[in-house]
Design a protein around this ligand. Sequence first.
Ligand SMILES: NC(=O)c1ccc[n+]([C@@H]2O[C@H](COP(=O)([O-])OP(=O)(O)OC[C@H]3O[C@@H](n4cnc5c(N)ncnc54)[C@H](O)[C@@H]3O)[C@@H](O)[C@H]2O)c1
Length: 245
Amino acid sequence: MMLEGKRVLVTGGASGIGASVAQICAEAGARIAVLDLDEATASAAARQLCGAGHLGYACDVSIAASVDAGFAAVEQAFGGIDAVVNCAGIWRPSSDGPITRVTDETWDKIIAVNLTGTFYVCRAAVAAMERVGGGSIVTVASVVAVTGWEKLNAYSASKGGVLSFSRALAIECGSKNIRVNCICPGVIETPMTQKTLAYSKPTVLPIGRLGRPEDIARTAAFLCSDWSSFTTASTVMVDGGFSAA
Ligand SMILES: NC(=O)c1ccc[n+]([C@@H]2O[C@H](COP(=O)([O-])OP(=O)(O)OC[C@H]3O[C@@H](n4cnc5c(N)ncnc54)[C@H](O)[C@@H]3O)[C@@H](O)[C@H]2O)c1
């Protein structure tokens, strides 16, 4: 069991990629804490996807106090945290659009959740991992962090920030025995992309299909585990070849 004995915290774990990360890490032997906006949904996801003994907590990653409280609750329940996967995120295709139509509110909200939220979660993760002698942090950016995407201005900026931040943090944390790696998913079929994919699907996909949440989750589980013990500061493209094509 690749994650036997590991205590893994997943933000945004009630839906899509995060839900699959929670389920696959539990199958690999980890004890899971799902953090998401709504307590009942987070708890139900932990119970239904992972089983008894796995926990769910309310946490808004864009609020520092909420993140710190969530981490404190998980540390108290599990006695420590070994790995954290940052899956909480938002995408607003209707309001994030041509630059002249992007409102201050849209920009601020997307940066607050995707980028500042990742900062708050990673800050709490490093503090928790220092207390147990090390760990693994996985951040989730996007192919757009590398390729850019027309009319996806705020989202691309937030994910580019996540990618750069992850590399800087990895360099800082190497001597603390904390690894930090950033996954860049391609187009994955989840509730986030459902509506958009219904009328427009990318055609340049060398692998010939859209991504599934478990494609990302298996990579995240590997990065959480000791099987990736020499992997840090990496940008891991999990995009079916999209960025290369
Ligand atoms: N689906 C894709 O094609 C794709 C591609 C590249 C990157 N991503 C990234 O992967 C991550 C997961 O996306 P998904 O497709 O699974 O989306 P999703 O909408 O299915 O799940 C996102 C989860 O994050 C939670 N969340 C949103 N705001 C939050 C907040 N402030 N605090 C805590 N939780 C919050 C939601 O409640 C939800 O459970 C996101 O960061 C997204 O940007 C997704």
